[in-house]
Structure formats: C-alpha cells, structure tokens
Write a protein that binds this ligand. Structure first.
Ligand code: GLN
Length: 470
C-alpha cells in the first residue's frame, strides 16, 4: 500500500497535492460519522504538499515516505498543532516542539493530516473516555473502535490516511487495530523514542504504527525507531532474519480459558490449522502468570500515571476555560484537577497515589514489581522453547458504544492478552485474522523475544496472507 502510493508519486501518476486532497476529501466524507479526528491540519498539509510538488518538478528523488499522508494520536507532540491527549486539562494546549517520531517522519517527507481521538491520557479501551466525543468503528458504527488509539485505528481502517501513529501502554495499538481490522505494532520497549509522547506510564509506553499491512508497519517503524539522545531508554535494534529451520510457535493454553468469545476461539483454532498446513510447528505452552498480568498492570500503571500527571496543576500548560472560584493556590490545584480530569483519570490517580503511599507501598507496588520480574522471566523461559507466541489479540469482538463505559473492570479485561507484552517490554503485533459471522474483524497477536522486532515483522509478513482470508 505505501509502496504502491510511493510508486504512483515517483512515476508522476499523481501529484502529492492530489494525493493529499484525495485523503482530505475521504476525511470530509466520512468524518461526520466516524469522528476519528480532533484536529485536521488541512492548510499545513496542502502547503507541505505543494512545496514537495515543486521540489519534484525540480527533479527531487522521492524517499519511500515522501509525500505520504498520516495521522497522529493526540498524545504525541506536534509543534504548532493542538495536542490535547483528549483531556479538558490540555484542551487549548499547542505543542511547542515535535516529538522525535514526528521530527523523523517530517524529515522523511511524510505529511501530517491531523491529530486523532483517543481515551483521555490513553486510559481506556474504547475511546469513549475522550473528553470530547467517542469515535465509531468503521465496520459497524454502533460499536467502539477500541482504544486508546481508537481514532488512529478508525482513520486507517476507513482509509482516511494510509497510516497513523498510536501509543501502546497495555494494548492501545493492538486492541484497536484488532477491533478495526488493521495491523497494529507495539515495538520493544525503547525501540522507539518516547521524547514528546505525553507520558502515561513511562516504563510501559511505546509509540508504534497502525497500518493496512505488515509491510507498511515495517516501513514506518524503520523510520521512527532507533536511539535518540533525548530518550535515555531508547536504543538501536539489531537487524535479524528468520531461522532457516522450521519455525515453532507457542500457543498459551491460558488463552482458551473462560471469557474467550466462542467465535474468536473458533477463529484461533482455524488459524492453528492454517499454520500447521504452512509447515509451522505448533506447540501448546503454559504462561501460568498470564492471569496475574492484568492485576500487576493495574498497580504499576496507576502508580506511574499518578506521578506523571502531577504536572497538570493549572499553573503550567493551558488554563481551563471555566472561571475558577478559589483564591488560593491549593484550591486552584483542586479545582483545575477536579474539573480538568475525567473520571477514569481521577480513578487511576487515586489508585496510584494509594499504592505508592507509606504503609501500602510494600504490599502493592513492590509486590507488583516482583510479579513483573516473574512475568519477564516467564517470557524468557518460553522463548527458549519457541520462536514466537500466538494468541488472540482480544477476548471479545468489538463491543457496543456504552456497553462497558460504566464498568471499569469489564473494560480492563479487554487487555487481558495484550498487557503482558508491555510488562515484559517484548514486541507484539496484531494482524487481521478474518471476520466473525456478523462481519466484525478479529485480530491475531504475535509476540516475539525482546529486541527481535524485525524478526517479528518478517514472520508477521509471512503469515498475514495465510491467516487474514478464508
Ligand atoms: N486499555 C489499557 C488501559 O486502559 C491500555 C491503555 C494503553 O495502552 N494506553 O490502560
């Protein structure tokens, strides 16, 4: 897809301006229903396109992403463009610098078409926690697109952009990709710089691409990844290629336990047969700690989030539109945070502050850190036996808007299969795996050892055609 657009641009079958106009007109046609965007940067995009067109006129050779439009989750900073994290507390905030991923994509010539809707501060699995409006699933507008990168996933699925950036702290790229029938890739922790990503939980957050194919995910990943002096946790990945001998894939038996939708189970069983037919060795494995990963995640995440969100105090960043009544500093803090944060964000700040408090720190936070270590070791052990792990991305099909909004625990369960990759820092990708009877997309998740991102992408490319279609 990106290669095909690139070919058309390089061969002058279409100009960059025409290309950008085409996508903008798709956005105009569909946006009223889908509501994927918070900001559309039409003028800047057209300006960038015209500039590139005149350079092409002068004989410029086009790089692979040059002139390719994309959308950005609204928690990634973009200079001069509103960046809200879909929170009231940042509703007027304009990015003062570009995140490293944005700088790299701009340098590669890609063109931003807009910023996409998300759950407030990336907390959620349906995009219904956005302070502004929910996004709809393009396959069925009564249903959620998943979250928290729901706007990015819906925009790609509805072909409003060829690719989008999301962030994944516990599944927020992979789960919406699965719900919207596209590819969503969460790189290894540190493989992509987090500089300019509005932090949710700094030890779990990763930026990654949402695309229509694995090849596209790889193209974008090659550009955005790598060591960045502005993020000390970032590093350069080593290239690697698939082993010559037969590939062994592990299927965790825990994934088939209660709570897995029967159609997803059936889909998974079919996938296993298809993989066997493709000469891939399937091995049933056990990840006994998998059921504990969600509990561990919901201690570590709120703890880190409560610290990261302390900076929104009404003094820095943008002021609320509301007139505040208090006249001392403390009431300014209280009022700003009380009015500016939505209920899910406040819930997690309270939880995070609690698990870090004296007297409870040892019982909760420290214990969760120990479980985190055990989960990481469990992955290491399994990856000494298998090359990749395969599981469903989500336990359910895309659910209805409103269905889980008032039931946080039910919402948290959406990430049961995705959070452990963040806990261990390993790379994982969701690829389309066909449809349910009602024609709702189903996702298949592939997980690889830490740092083996290119290997994962290579394997995902190999099997995407086998599993995606009947
Ligand atoms: N849905 C998960 C949560 O609410 C994951 C969020 C994310 O990956 N940003 O925390």
């Amino acid at each position: 897809m990106i290669k095909e657009i690139h070919r058309k641009l390089a061969q002058r079958e279409i100009s960059v301006t025409e290309l950008v106009q085409r996508y903008l007109s798709t956005i105009k046609d569909k946006e009223e229903q889908i509501k994927a965007f918070i900001t559309i940067t039409e003028q800047q995009a057209l300006e960038a396109a015209r500039k590139l067109d005149s350079e092409i006129q002068e004989g410029k050779e086009l790089g692979i992403l040059e002139g390719i439009p994309f959308a950005v989750k609204d928690n990634i900073l973009t200079k001069g463009i509103k960046t809200t994290a879909c929170s009231k507390i940042l509703q007027n905030y304009i990015g003062v610098y570009d995140a490293t991923v944005i700088r790299k994509l701009k340098e590669a010539g890609a063109i931003i078409l807009g910023k996409t809707n998300m759950d407030e501060f990336a907390m959620g699995s349906s995009t219904e926690n956005s302070a502004f409006f929910p996004t709809k699933n393009p396959w069925d507008e009564r249903r959620v697109p998943g979250g928290s990168s729901g706007g990015s996933a819906a925009a790609v699925a509805a072909q409003m952009v060829p690719f989008a950036l999301g962030s994944d702290t516990g599944g927020s790229i992979r789960q919406p990709a699965a719900f919207c029938g596209i590819v969503g890739f969460k790189p290894s922790y540190g493989a992509v710089s987090r500089y300019g990503l509005i932090a949710l939980a700094s030890s779990l957050d990763v930026i990654g691409p949402l695309t229509l194919s694995v090849e596209d995910a790889e193209i974008v990943f090659r550009v955005i990844s790598g060591k960045d002096d502005l993020d000390s946790t970032s590093y350069d990945l080593r290239a690697c290629s698939l082993p010559k001998e037969k590939i062994t894939v592990g299927i965790p038996q825990e994934c088939f336990s209660q709570g897995l939708d029967s159609e997803i189970k059936e889909n998974m069983e079919k996938t296993i047969e298809k993989l066997k037919a493709a000469e891939i060795t399937i091995k049933t494995i056990s990840l006994p700690l998998l059921p504990y990963s969600l509990a561990c995640y919901y201690i570590i995440l709120p703890a880190e989030a409560s610290a990261n969100l302390a900076r929104y105090d009404g003094i820095r960043y943008s002021p609320l539109d509301t007139e505040l009544e208090g006249n001392d500093l403390l009431s300014l803090y209280y009022d700003t945070r009380g009015l500016g944060f939505g209920s899910e964000v406040r819930r997690r700040i309270v939880l995070g502050t609690f698990v870090l408090s004296r007297g409870y720190y040892e019982a909760f936070y420290k214990r969760a850190q120990k479980v985190r270590k055990l989960i990481t070791e469990e992955y290491k052990r399994i990856f000494s036996e298998v090359d990749f792990i395969i599981s469903p991305t989500t336990p359910t099909l895309p659910f209805f808007l409103g269905e889980k909004k008032d039931d946080p625990l039910a919402m948290y369960l959406s990430d049961i299969f995705t959070v452990s990759a963040n806990i261990a820092g390993v790379p994982a990708i969701s690829i389309p795996s066909g449809f349910s009877k009602e024609h709702l997309p189903i996702g298949l998740q592939i997980t690889a050892p830490y740092g083996k991102d290119f290997l994962l992408l290579e394997f995902a490319k190999k099997i995407e055609k086998i599993v995606a279609y009947e």
